[in-house]
Design a protein around this ligand. Structure first.
Ligand code: ZN
Ligand code: ZN
Length: 137
């Protein structure tokens, strides 16, 4: 059984990753704030090749990142949960929304991106790895 598995709030979208996560990233960008309805998104980055989705209700919002490249934000059409994203800037991986994991407590964020647009009340550890905008140049 894969250690990375999860799904949306209603269960219509389920996923698993055959691989362990490459990294975990907290994104404070304004789009992630909008989409999550929260202050940031927490993304578990896993190889695309081993990522499998079983979904009866999945749709995609075609967003555009700061790079001008597409960000495909996949969400459940039944309960609205954002589940994972694909980034044209980084096609080898998918970014799984960590709050949808069956066991989110295992995630330890390794870096923060879009620190410049983080909400002022969000506390980020002094020793955390932060990027003011995108983590990739
Ligand atoms: Zn759902
Ligand atoms: Zn973001």
């Amino acid at each position: 059984m894969s250690e990375i598995q999860g799904g949306c709030l209603c269960g219509a979208v389920r996923y698993e990753s055959a691989d362990t996560a490459i990294t975990s990233v907290v994104c404070h960008c304004s789009q992630c704030q909008k989409q999550s309805g929260s202050a940031f998104s927490i993304n578990l980055v896993v190889p695309a090749a081993g990522f499998r989705v079983i979904a009866s209700a999945l749709a995609t919002y075609h967003d555009v990142g700061d790079s001008g490249l597409a960000v495909l934000r996949h969400f459940c059409t039944r309960c609205g949960s954002p589940v994972y994203s694909e980034l044209d800037a980084n096609p080898g991986v998918v970014a799984v929304k960590a709050g949808t994991l069956d066991d989110p407590s295992r995630v330890h964020p390794q870096l923060h991106m879009w620190r410049d647009s983080a909400q002022p009340w969000v506390e980020i550890a002094d020793d955390a790895v932060c990027f003011p905008r995108n983590a990739v140049a």
